[in-house]
Write a protein that binds this ligand. Structure first.
Ligand code: MF3
Ligand code: CO
Ligand code: CO
Length: 238
């Protein structure tokens, strides 16, 4: 898991300089695909439940699971989340970041800052004796006070030999008690944060693209985390 996570971080680092006005998302996909294979890994998204490409590229009001395509050309002021998951020696490393394309508006700048902060606030709750609820509650308290919409239909997840395992990791407050955090658990924390409503739509056309219902923009950051005897380790860091 450490090696897969480190490679996932390297992949995001590799692709960052290509995220510029004029680039199309299929090129970003192909660059990541080749880089991943050169490192002896494969791309988990490709053919996962029928997903057709190697990364997810989610622009502006696309919340997640955007499909790379030649027609999607980045322009100044856009934001794009790139979500990568290599499988290395049978283990998954899952991480994403929202990148700015050129210069973005102050409101969007703040959305990115707050979304990343929400992820870190969640990560800081990971310690023995805590529950998944502590992650959900901390993220919800921070974002709700700032009047953001927190996506409810998609969550963080256990990860390991499988892409998505138990437990689910919600980014909003739950009424029921969730799993206790035990050393050795590996899971993701990946809040999707909307400027408007929390509600999303699922594309009928391509079966994947998730958009905000009101068309306002959305951001996301994701790390894969290992729970340890003293706290946590970020697996998807350089
Ligand atoms: N990487 C996404 C996650 O964070 C899952 C993408 S599934 C795909 O869970 F099929 F769209 F790639
Ligand atoms: Co994930
Ligand atoms: Co992901």
């Amino acid at each position: 898991m450490r090696l897969a996570g480190k490679l996932a971080a390297e992949i995001l680092n590799f692709i960052e300089p290509y995220v510029k006005p004029g680039v199309n998302t299929l090129l970003l996909n192909d660059l990541v695909h080749d880089y991943t294979h050169k490192k002896g890994a494969i791309s988990a998204p490709l053919n996962y439940k029928g997903f057709p490409k190697s990364i997810c590229t989610s622009i502006n009001d696309v919340v997640c699971h955007g499909i790379p395509k030649k027609e999607d050309i980045l322009k100044d002021g856009d934001i794009i989340n790139i979500d990568v998951t290599p499988i290395l020696d049978g283990y998954h490393g899952d991480t994403s970041k929202t990148f700015k394309v050129g210069k973005v508006s102050p409101e969007i700048e703040q959305l990115l800052i707050d979304t990343e902060k929400a992820m870190w606030i969640g990560i800081e709750q990971v310690k023995p004796g805590s529950r998944i609820n502590d992650i959900s509650d901390a993220i919800d308290d921070f974002l709700t006070a700032k009047r953001y919409g927190i996506v409810r239909d998609l969550m963080g997840h256990g990860i390991g030999r499988k892409f998505h395992e138990d437990p689910q990791v919600p980014h909003f407050r739950q009424t029921k008690k969730l799993a206790k955090i035990e050393p050795g658990m590996t899971f993701t924390i990946e809040p999707m944060v909307n400027l408007g409503t929390f509600e999303v739509t699922f594309s009928k056309q391509d079966k994947w693209t998730v958009r905000t219902k009101d068309g306002k923009w959305s951001a996301q950051y994701e790390h894969t985390i290992l729970a340890t005897t003293t706290g946590y380790e970020i697996l998807t860091k350089l």
